[in-house]
Every structure is written in C-alpha cells, then in structure tokens.
Design a protein around this ligand. Structure first.
Ligand code: GLU
Length: 498
C-alpha cells in the first residue's frame, strides 16, 4: 500500500511552497488509494508554535485536503508530532550504537568549530575528523557515567551513495564529502535528518515527496536507512517556486500564505487548481482549469517538472474568476463580505444580492473585492469627475442629458422599463445612437466614463437608493446634480479644459 506523508514544521504560516508539497503528495496518495499521513515536525522547540499547527490543520482542511493519520486524528503508527517521539529517537540511536552503525562523540562544539575555522581558512571543506569514532566502549561508557556531554553520530561508510528520485532521476553522491552526521544532540533532541528517517521508516512511508531544498540532505538520510536496515522509499524532490522577478518566492512578492489567500477571498478550489499547476501540467493540451476531483485523477508525479515554477498571481486570478461563476457558496460568501462593509440593506437582501452578483462579480478577481467594486460602481464622484471631457465638450451630449432629465420629471424613480422607453424616444428625437447616445447618459448617471452595462447598472443604482444603502443617490438625483454642475452653463463653465 502506498503511504505518503506531508511533514510541515509549525514555525510559520503554510505558504504556497510548502502547501504545494502537501498537495502533490495528497494527489498522489488519493489517486493510488494510498494513505495520506500528516506529521508535524516540531523539534525546533523555540520556533514551533501550537497556533501555527492549528493554522496548518485549518488551512489544509479549507483547501480540501484530508488525512488518514495525523496528530489530531490519530492512527496506528503515531504519535504524529515529533516532539512526542523523543523516546523513540533515543531507543533507535542506542540500537544503532549497539549494532556498530553509530557512536558516542564527546567532541565539544567549540573544539570542532576551531578546527573547522582552520580548515576553512585553508579553503578546504571541513568534515568531522572521526575523533571519537573508534573510542572503546568502556571509555565511552565511563565518560557518559561521569556526565560528559555527548552526541550520537552516524558512521559514514565508504563508497557512493545512490538513490532514485522521481523528479531528478538517478542520484549519486560520494560519501567522501559527507561529515559523519549527528543523530541525537547532547540534550537528547534529534536532528532533522535523523528524526525524518526514523519517522518515515516506522510510519512505513513509501514515497517521500518534499521540496528540493532537501535534496542535499537525502544522501545522509539514505545512510541512516541503510544503518537501520530499512528499505529506501521513493523520493520526489519538487522544484523551488520563484516570484515574478525569478527570485525565490517570499513575502517580498506579496501574499504567499494560504491564510492570506483565504482572507483575500480566493476560493479554495481555485487556489488548489492554481498551485497544482506550479511545476506540473496535464498531459493533454487544453484548459488549465481543472477541478480538484479531476486533479486527483490526472496528476502524474513522474510528470513533475524539475525546473523552478514561477508564481503568477494573474493566472491565479483568472482561475479564481472562473470558479466564482460556478461555486454555489459564492452568494453566501459575497453576502458575508457585504455585511462586513455596510453594503447590505436591512430588507430585500435577495433582490439586492442578485443585482450585485449580476453587476459586479464579473469585474472582480476575488470575493473580497466586491465591496470596493460596489463603492466604485455606485459612487458618484461629481466633485472630481474625471475623464468626461468628451461629453462636456459636446453640446449635443449636454442637450441629450437635459432631455433625459426632462423625461424623468414627474417620475419618483427610473424603472428599467421607463429607461428603455426614454432611451428609445431620445434616440428618435436626437438621431444619436450607440456610444453617442449611451456615453453621455453613463457620464451623467455615474460621473465616470466606464463601468458595467447601463442595463444592469440602472436597476442596481435605483435599488440601492430605494433600500437606502450607504446614501446611494437615485438616477434622477444624479442627473439633476450633474446638470446643476455642468449643464446650464455649457461646456466651459465649472470645468477646466487644461
Ligand atoms: N519539516 C520539513 C520541512 O518543512 C519537512 C522535510 C521533509 O519532508 O522531509 O521542510
């Protein structure tokens, strides 16, 4: 049975890079009907925080990733938090010493550092000189009994270290360059390379999928598997993710944490779909919009690209816009956003919501942009109208707007049907059509030269005004205010041509 793990460290928010690892591992596990194991690598006691761990669970669940074994759900090969496995690490270290694969090392860090400095000064690569490798057992025991601090080191065998990587192919390293690695520190804590191998071996992980920053750790890990007498898993080291400037993706590039994307109103399936395309692509040409269930089916670990992937927020936005059209939860999410910002009336919410969705959803990248988009669409910036020169310079346009205002006299509001009737009448009376007809009306109704179709906008404006949301002005008031400012005196007054 395929067993795949995701092993994040709870030292910060889950970001695009590590969640991509978790996601690829999950696609692979689910596709193969294998087990997906979540292991929390919290041996760095200073930097690990339980809040981050909780956030990891939340972020993964939000994305739609589930796990069969893990710290919160348990499982037969736990515990699944490294901080709870210290006795296991110790037991196996002692076994490795007993079997002659590891040894106690009493060299102090300071001692080794001095040596290392000297070697580096000669431009040579330092490696542990093997000082304690051959220490007789009774000497080591008596020093331990005397309370001398000691670490456990692995004996590195001679020869080449080979392993297969699904992404990078056959890998080979010479053990000459490998310093005998510490397994347990003098305080009893395990090093990363050791803990990860003990856990992967005991949890019977068949595929180790992780970032390629760990590729250089793998030879040491292979030696630890050998020393334990355990079979090697398959390795798959995923490429780095770069920002648009082709440097490693980081906070400098803007939002990179899953929690940020969630907060910014992206849909989980859109983020999952987009992240899946970072270093992988479907075999067949065609849409890159691939829903989660299809991703699980189509994903191929052996098609993962070894060159770095570049994060492109425009593509993420494109994919998010696509899912916004079909996700049935969108109206509810939009309503929540509107509620936060006062863009929701106390009555007739459904009518309002339907109009908002119909008018502004197509113009935003994420749901959280809806309130700002409404601010923009329904705002009437008469004091600083810009970009309306064309209308003001055209006396025919001002005349058209005056006629429009006159047609509205005696009506409490502009219904959509009234609007159609009026527009047709103005068309006949002025012989204007198309942009010549509609652009001045848009400018008078919105104070702006662009925005959603008037057919959609007018019901939105009128409903907003009727429901008294955020002092939205109705169409009639808008046109009158426009004419009061620009209409009576003609193009040159109240408007500078500079
Ligand atoms: N905790 C390690 C990390 O977050 C995982 C390494 C591994 O998967 O082996 O980088």
């Amino acid at each position: 049975m395929i067993r795949v793990r995701f092993a994040p460290s709870p030292t910060g928010l889950l970001h695009v890079g590590n969640v991509r690892t978790g996601l690829f591992a999950w696609f692979f596990a689910r596709q193969k009907n294998g087990a997906y194991i979540l292991r929390i690598e919290d041996t760095d006691r200073e930097r690990s925080r339980s809040e981050y761990e909780d956030q990891i669970f939340q972020d993964l669940r939000w994305l739609g990733i589930d796990w069969d074994e893990g710290p919160d759900v348990g499982g037969p090969r736990g515990p699944y938090r490294q901080s709870e496995r210290f006795p296991i690490y110790k037991e196996y270290a002692l076994r490795l010493i007993q079997s002659g694969h590891a040894f106690w090392c009493f060299c102090s860090e300071e001692q080794l550092e001095i040596q290392a400095e000297q070697i580096k000064a000669e431009n040579l690569n330092w490696k542990y000189p093997g000082t304690c490798r051959g220490l007789p057992k009774d000497v080591a025991d008596s020093r331990l009994n005397a309370g001398d601090p000691a670490v456990v080191r692995l004996k590195v065998r001679e020869g080449h270290i080979r392993f297969h990587d699904v992404v990078h192919g056959a890998m080979e390293f010479s053990s000459d360059v490998i310093s005998e690695p510490i397994l347990l520190r003098s305080d009893g804590s395990p090093t990363y390379n050791y803990a990860v191998v003990i856990d992967d071996a005991l949890m019977e992980i068949t595929h180790v999928i992780r970032g390629d920053d760990h590729l250089s750790n793998t030879p040491k890990q292979v030696l630890i598997y050998e020393a334990l007498g355990r079979p090697l898993p398959e390795f798959a080291h995923l490429s780095t993710i770069l920002g648009p400037d082709h440097t490693r993706l980081s906070k400098r590039h803007g939002a990179t944490a899953v929690a940020h994307f969630r907060g910014a109103g992206y849909l989980p399936e859109a983020l999952m779909n987009y992240i899946a395309l970072l270093g992988w692509s479907p075999t067949s040409e065609g849409s890159e919009v691939i829903p989660p269930a299809d991703l699980v089916q189509h994903f191929r670990l052996d098609r993962v690209n070894k060159s770095p992937a570049v994060f492109d927020v425009n593509k993420l936005n494109f994919i998010n816009r696509h899912y916004m059209k079909s996700n049935p939860a969108v109206p509810r999410l939009v309503l929540d956003e509107l509620e936060k910002t006062g863009w929701i009336p106390s009555t007739d919410r459904e009518t309002w919501l339907a109009l908002v969705l119909d008018t502004v959803l197509a113009s935003v990248d994420t749901i959280s942009e809806v309130p700002a988009a409404l601010d923009n669409v329904l705002g009437f910036p008469l004091e600083n109208t810009t970009d309306i020169r064309e209308t003001l310079d055209d006396p025919g346009a001002i005349d058209l707007i005056r006629r429009f205002a006159a047609e509205m006299q005696g009506k409490a509001q502009l219904t959509f049907d009234d609007y159609r009737v009026i527009v047709n009448r103005l068309k006949d009376a002025t012989k204007r059509k198309g942009r010549q007809l509609f652009h001045p009306l848009r400018v008078a109704l919105t104070g702006k030269s662009s925005g959603p179709e008037l057919d959609k906008l007018i019901p939105l404006i009128e409903t907003g005004a009727r429901l008294r949301i955020k002092d939205v002005l109705g169409c009639k008031d808008r046109v009158q205010a426009f004419l009061a400012r620009y209409g009576s005196a003609g193009p040159a007054m109240g408007y500078s041509k500079s």
